[in-house]
Design a protein around this ligand. Structure first.
Ligand code: AMP
Ligand code: GLY
Length: 427
């Protein structure tokens, strides 16, 4: 079978490695892929957002199955277009992808169907939004409606911060059109849990839970990033929390999407906060998380392609989705300066890392002499599984210590909070 995977980051690298465990998978094409993915798949240099380009490629080079991994092509209707060509796909159509692409759509859905989330107001008019933040409770959270590369959320502790966030989104248009409409919502407190799930629009099968580390610096300091590391499972996701999530959030969301005429098929990512009043939705993503995927898929015991086909064929109810009892840790290695300005093109020395861990490539390329070089903010994800979380963390850091380039940075505390929760039972 020839499989097409759209995307070019660590998440796609992890998906491709997992798909290739199935002996039926004889060929994988990645659009656009990266230098690391090029060792596992044929990379074709078309932008993931160039849907016409992707369609032309598939017309000329037929594939048996396609996986559309990033949010942008999903929101742009890549799956709709591939379906029109008769290509079976994993991923939601554009209508269902609105659950991530429009925060207003997601919030209104939750309100209508009684799914627990932060209280909110929607604004199209900057004057009304500025008026509102003059008296609203603090802290408050200002969110651009549309996709904003994970940067459209500002937590505001003062009125000045809130006014600045509204002005940046609605007046200065720093997120482009994505910020012309905003959501201002209640600030929630509690540990965060990411749950990726497979759903075929009828049933939902959650994957092992995970914890992202979004801030750039140790002890959750510094700027927000795309994610500096992950662990799975997340100790805050106790069996009691999992049951409440299934009854109050997961099933109601699947039913709500079907009821609204846009059944969700693919990977639905629930970004949750476990508040003192129970679990609440912080955000939905219409795709696998990055770097959550780099810890979740290594723990998947079931065959990924079989599960993805069951999602497409709407037979997920009859398809087992099983995870191993162990744990996993992924440490992200980033370019110096990320998430701010950083340099590219630094030669990477891998040491023995690839014998010690799964090294998933996020942002790498080859220079003219063929050497592996950095090509993005997040560069490599070093991922290990083990029987215990403690061991998985040790293994991932030991492998990460092998890798060097000029200016490389990483967080030194991935999983530390999870370990202390496990050891002391404190959140
Ligand atoms: P997002 O870009 O939607 O992933 O949001 C980034 C981060 O902002 C989340 O991971 C949370 O840590 C935080 N966040 C978003 N919404 C809220 C909220 N209502 N209350 C507290 N924190 C929030
Ligand atoms: N790691 C967070 C995300 O993929 O949205």
């Amino acid at each position: 079978m020839k499989i097409l995977v759209i995307g070019g980051g660590g998440r796609e690298h992890a998906i491709i490695r997992k798909l290739k465990e199935n002996p039926e998978v004889t060929e994988v094409v990645a659009i656009p892929g990266n230098a690391g993915i090029a060792r596992d798949a044929e990379c074709v240099s078309i932008k993931a957002t160039d849907i016409d380009g992707i369609v032309d490629y598939v017309k000329a080079h037929p594939v048996d199955f396609a996986v559309v991994a990033p949010d942008d092509p999903l929101a742009l209707g890549c799956v709709d277009r591939l379906h029109a060509l008769g290509v079976p796909c994993f991923g939601p159509d554009a209508k269902a992808a609105r659950i991530e692409a429009s925060k207003v759509f997601a919030k209104d859905l939750m309100k209508k169907y009684g799914i627990p989330t932060a209280a909110y107001e929607v604004f199209d008019d900057p004057k009304a939004a500025l008026e509102y933040v003059r008296t609203c409770p603090l802290p408050t959270v200002v969110k651009a409606d549309g996709l904003a590369l994970g940067k459209g959320v500002v937590i505001c502790f003062s009125r000045q911060d809130a006014e600045a966030a509204v002005t940046a989104a609605m007046v200065e248009s720093v997120f482009g059109k994505s910020g012309s409409r905003i959501v201002i919502e209640e600030f929630l407190e509690g540990p965060e849990v990411s749950v990726l799930s497979f759903t075929d629009g009828h049933v939902v099968k959650p994957m092992v839970s995970s914890m992202d580390h979004k801030r750039a610096g140790d002890n959750d300091t510094g700027l927000n990033t795309g994610g500096m590391g992950t662990i799975a499972p997340n100790p805050c996701y106790t069996p009691e929390v999992a049951k409440r999530c299934m009854d109050e959030i997961f099933l109601p969301t699947i039913h709500a999407m079907a009821q609204e005429g846009c059944p969700f098929k693919g990977c639905l990512y629930f970004g949750l906060m476990v508040t003192k009043d129970g679990p609440k939705v912080i955000e939905y993503n219409c795709r696998f998380g990055d770097p959550e995927t780099q810890v979740v898929l290594p723990l998947l015991k079931s065959d990924l392609l079989t599960v993805m086909r069951a999602v497409e064929n709407e037979t997920l109810a009859d398809t087992p989705v099983e995870f191993s009892d162990g744990a996993a840790c992924c440490v992200m290695l980033a370019s110096g300066g990320y998430p701010g300005k950083y340099e590219k093109g630094k030669v990477i020395d891998m040491g023995r890392a690839e014998e010690m861990a799964q090294v998933y490539h996020s942002g790498t390329a080859r220079n003219e002499s063929g050497a592996l070089v950095t090509a993005g903010g997040r560069v490599l994800g070093v991922s290990c599984t083990a029987d215990t979380l403690e061991e998985a963390i040790q293994k991932a850091y030991a492998a990460a210590a092998e890798i060097k380039w000029d200016g490389m940075t990483l967080r030194h505390d991935i999983g530390r909070r999870a370990l202390s929760i496990l050891n002391k039972g404190e959140m």
